[in-house]
Design a protein around this ligand. Structure first.
Ligand code: ADP
Ligand code: MG
Length: 315
């Protein structure tokens, strides 16, 4: 196993709502990201994926829990130390257009993150921007163009190039391909895989599309209502996943070729509100295999086999 580069221990993030009630977006999340590997995070909208990424990128602090970068506790970094650290972890968002000022040319936009760290001349910045364009397989002519004149897929390549400007070790992609059509998504996934091989990048790829996440992840983590319910090697997903929620996601993702003889109940009902989280297992209100204990007690994460973690009383 390669080096663990980023680790989250028991990260919890709550928000106070205007009516004074507390909303728990993430609850006790644990994860490990390894050097040169991709961790995929899957879950329905509102399950806390973006909140988790914002905490990992230290755009907002956790209420509880610890964040480690190469075994060093970085939870309490502030000021100049935090600013220096930020270069190691960069984010790519769903909507790349909002990441660029409309009046900035590509070369300027791509090298903007460098301004805070290095004092470069315009020609040095253009040279660096050309290198970044090559990395994301865009032509050098784009240097003098404006991002808004490009297609969604090209703009997302710019988003990735810009995130790479500071030569980060970790790339956090939050639904980075979700706004694009399927074939463009596919090309971007291939680009991320090739960048990972070239640059040794560690990638955290968040998406609600299980099949897409599986196509580039080494490990897959499934979230439900702010908690991790299962985490396992991507290659074991179909054969070895156990959690009823994971199984139902699989059944809907691959419904075209699901064996009708297999015992997979379709998911019914609504996700409970993160304001009034149900007692016990967060999934029990929709679980087709709910038992008495699931209503009372939250299941603890246990390791079933190396790299396969599960929070379910059925284990
Ligand atoms: P996902 O990315 O999985 O769709 P989010 O992390 O965006 O989920 O949101 C998780 C929950 O936290 C949602 O119920 C959302 O409404 C709430 N939430 C997220 N950010 C904030 C915030 N800044 N203030 C209040 N509630 C928030
Ligand atoms: Mg989100």
């Amino acid at each position: 196993m390669s080096e663990c580069i980023l680790e989250a221990r028991d990260l919890t993030r709550c928000y106070r709502r205007p009516d004074g009630r507390m909303l728990t977006a993430c609850q006790g999340v644990n994860l490990k990201l390894y050097k040169g590997k991709t961790l995929g995070i899957v879950g329905e909208s509102g399950c806390g994926k973006s909140t988790l990424l914002r905490m990992l990128a230290q755009l907002e602090p956790p209420n509880e829990g610890t964040l480690l970068f190469k075994d060093k506790d970085i939870t309490a970094l502030r000021g100049e130390a935090l600013r220096r650290h930020r270069g190691h972890i960069q984010m790519v968002f769903q909507d790349p257009s909002s990441a660029f000022f409309p009046r900035m040319k590509v070369w300027d936009a791509l090298t903007e993150p460098l301004k805070n760290f290095k004092n470069l001349s315009v020609s040095e910045r253009k040279k660096e921007a050309a290198r970044l364009l090559r990395l994301v397989e865009l032509p050098e002519e784009f240097l003098e163009r404006y991002p808004h004149s490009m297609s969604g897929g090209q703009r997302q390549r710019l988003g990735i190039a810009r995130a790479l400007a500071l030569q980060p070790e970790i790339l956090l992609c939050d639904e980075a391909t979700s706004a694009l059509d399927v074939s463009t998504q596919d090309q971007l996934v291939k680009l991320l895989i090739s960048l990972q091989r070239q640059e040794g990048l560690s990638i955290l790829f968040v998406c609600h599309d299980l099949a897409l996440v599986q196509s580039l992840s080494h490990q897959i983590m499934i979230m439900y209502l702010g908690v991790v319910v299962e985490s396992l090697p991507s290659a074991d997903l179909e054969e070895l996943s156990v959690h009823p929620y994971t199984r139902s996601l699989l059944a809907s993702a691959f419904s075209m070729d699901t064996d009708p003889a297999k015992d997979i109940a379709p998911l019914s009902g609504e996700v409970p509100s993160p304001i009034d989280r149900p007692k016990g297992c967060p999934f029990h209100t929709r679980c087709p295999e709910c038992m008495e204990i699931c209503r009372e007690k939250a299941p603890k994460m246990t390791e079933l086999s190396p790299g396969h973690w599960l929070a379910c009383h059925r284990a």
